[in-house]
Design a protein. Structure first.
Length: 84
């Protein structure tokens, strides 16, 4: 199964760039019919993970994916599942 990965460590303090990268990776998954995207906000204070989850919870974004999975073994990782 093909998977895309987005590591946000390098842009953790650039809010507009984070949104742009999340939009880009979701669109790429849709265009290439990839079923799984792994987002790595890192562990830290949890603020970046909350930002990512808020982004994914927007109504116009929610319609583009099937479900979100928070990795129970690694707090700093989120999976986005798609159905094509």
């Amino acid at each position: 199964m093909a998977k895309l990965k987005l590591d946000l460590h390098d842009i953790y303090n650039k809010g507009d760039k984070i949104d742009a990268e999340l939009n880009r990776i979701i669109q790429e998954a849709i265009d290439k019919k990839i079923n799984l995207v792994e987002i790595i906000p890192g562990k830290g204070s949890g603020q970046l993970k909350k930002k990512v989850l808020r982004f994914l919870d927007q109504k116009h974004i929610k319609t583009q994916y099937h479900r979100i999975e928070k990795d129970d073994k690694n707090f700093g990782r989120i999976f986005i599942h798609f159905k094509h």
